[in-house]
Design a protein around this ligand. Structure first.
Ligand SMILES: Cc1cc2nc3c(=O)[nH]c(=O)nc-3n(C[C@H](O)[C@H](O)[C@H](O)COP(=O)(O)OP(=O)(O)OC[C@H]3O[C@@H](n4cnc5c(N)ncnc54)[C@H](O)[C@@H]3O)c2cc1C
Length: 438
């Protein structure tokens, strides 16, 4: 059977198969270290294409994996149909109701640009080019998670195509189990075509980046521990050891505060007391400019990341992190969690509370296999040294190739997710980047 030709008969968007011009580019994920050997790529023109694709896949015994841009690609796509949702880009903001409705291809940067003039924000993370849908299905660890919790717990409804190819609107009332699973359990149970979620008032957003030379790293880590020990939920601070090739190593502190500049400056004073920064971009900023704080690369890049959740940052953790230069890693980052992330949400989704107060995120450039091996070994070395201070759990959106969804959930949650998978996709029409292990 020529799958691509069969699909072209029913899909209004683009269908590409091996050998077609543009196929390699279309199957390429954002993370260029990940190869995605797929049978075909379908770029849906609209939600009806998604339904047509699923009906065909169901009858033909094929499996579909949805991927807006592949920031979280795992490479386990052999034999799959890759669905690209970038053209499902409709976005509606209702400032009065404080809600947004975004097609499955909409990116966070687009949402914040639209909500910014209304003094409203969605629970975005650090990158403006990550999709709302991919991020939220995995829980969504936001700059504002300490104040508002997981992005997933602020979803009101999903428009989906189920495993029979039937469109449906999923809410807490219409299908409580599926609604629960989609809020943090990944994309293994249905294909989402649009998502409706809460917006939050943010009359003033303050934030920015302070940078020092690396010799101040120990004093600044002490300041990080001091500030995060008493930080209000409105304040979020990330501490980062940064080693850009060819440049001197630096220490970076990124922060956001949902409130006025003077209060934020008081709360962050311990960092300036530790040492005067070489540069400081902190200011009241438009919500639309959230992504400028970390200015993460927006173009596809080859990288290898590893995340861990820390049970605390004690003297031993600090000593391990500061023991020697981080190279060949680019960054070793601590993200302060806690606040609403650690509390059960009303009718919350599959992610559940995160009791660990800090996340550790390590990233290295991996342009070739040798570099990737060196990066992985350094990550392993740090993670091993921190074994007694890590919980073993990982946020779903921070899983990396070689890891499994089991690391993101408690045993009880995993069992319930398996039940939802069995009841909603018994024939395995869908496959997430990190599927629920059977
Ligand atoms: C630079 C960078 C910064 C990041 N910052 C953060 C952050 O601050 N907080 C955070 O939580 N995460 C962050 N992430 C991780 C990111 O949220 C994940 O990679 C996530 O997968 C979203 O990426 P994406 O939109 O490219 O989705 P993809 O990686 O393309 O897709 C992810 C998965 O979501 C599911 N999915 C996507 N669309 C659909 C759909 N329409 N229907 C059904 N399932 C679907 C599928 O299972 C798919 O495999 C970051 C990643 C990078 C590379």
């Amino acid at each position: 059977m020529d799958i691509a030709n069969e699909l072209r008969k029913i899909i209004d968007g683009t269908v590409l198969a091996p050998g077609d011009h543009g196929f390699d580019r279309a199957r390429r994920p954002w993370n260029l270290t990940v190869d995605q050997p797929v049978r075909a790529v379908v770029e849906a023109a609209h939600a009806a294409d998604v339904a047509a694709l699923v009906r065909h896949a169901r009858l033909a015994g094929l499996t579909v994996t949805a991927q807006p841009s592949g920031h979280g690609a795992s490479g386990t796509t052999d034999g799959l149909i890759l669905l690209r949702t970038g053209r499902l880009d409709e976005l509606t903001i209702d400032p009065q109701a404080r809600t947004a409705r975004a097609g499955a291809g909409v990116k966070w940067g687009q949402v914040l640009k639209e909500t910014s003039p209304h003094g409203l924000l969605g629970l975005a993370g650090s990158s403006p080019v990550v999709s709302v849908t991919g991020y939220t299905l995995g829980g969504g660890l936001s700059w504002f998670g300490r104040k508002h919790g997981w992005a997933a717990d602020h979803v009101r409804a999903f428009d989906v195509v189920d495993a029979d190819g039937t469109p449906a609107r999923v809410t807490a009332d219409s299908d409580p189990d599926l609604f629960w699973a989609l809020r943090g359990g990944g994309g293994d149970y249905a294909l989402v075509t649009a998502i409706e979620f809460d917006l939050h008032p943010a009359p003033v957003l303050y934030g920015g980046r302070m940078v020092w030379s690396a010799d101040h790293a120990p004093a600044l880590l002490d300041a990080y521990r001091e500030v995060t020990a008493t930080a209000p939920d409105e304040l979020t601070v990330w501490y980062e050891l940064l080693q850009i090739p060819g440049a001197p190593p630096t220490v970076v502190v990124d922060s956001t505060f949902l409130g006025d500049a003077a209060t934020a400056e008081d709360l962050l004073r311990p960092f300036e007391k530790a040492a005067a920064p070489n540069s400081d971009t902190r200011a009241v900023l438009p919500i639309a400019d959230l992504g400028t704080i970390t200015a993460e690369p927006t173009d596809p890049a080859p990288g290898r990341s590893r995340a861990e959740l820390l049970t605390g940052v004690d003297d031993r953790t600090a000593a391990t992190l500061l023991e020697r230069p981080i190279d060949p890693l680019l960054t070793v980052q601590l993200r302060h969690l806690g606040g609403a992330l650690s509390r059960p949400a009303d009718n919350g989704g599959a992610t559940g509370p995160l009791t660990e107060p800090h996340a550790l995120y390590m990233l290295g450039a991996a342009p070739d296999r040798d570099a990737e091996t060196a990066v992985r070994e350094r990550q392993d070395e740090i993670a091993t040294a921190l074994l007694s201070q890590t919980s073993g759990r990982k946020p779903y959106t921070f899983l990396a190739p070689g890891e499994t969804a089991a690391a993101a959930f408690t045993a009880g949650t995993l069992e319930r997710l398996r039940d939802v998978k069995r009841s909603h996709d018994p024939h395995g029409v869908f496959r997430a980047n990190y599927p629920i292990p059977g």
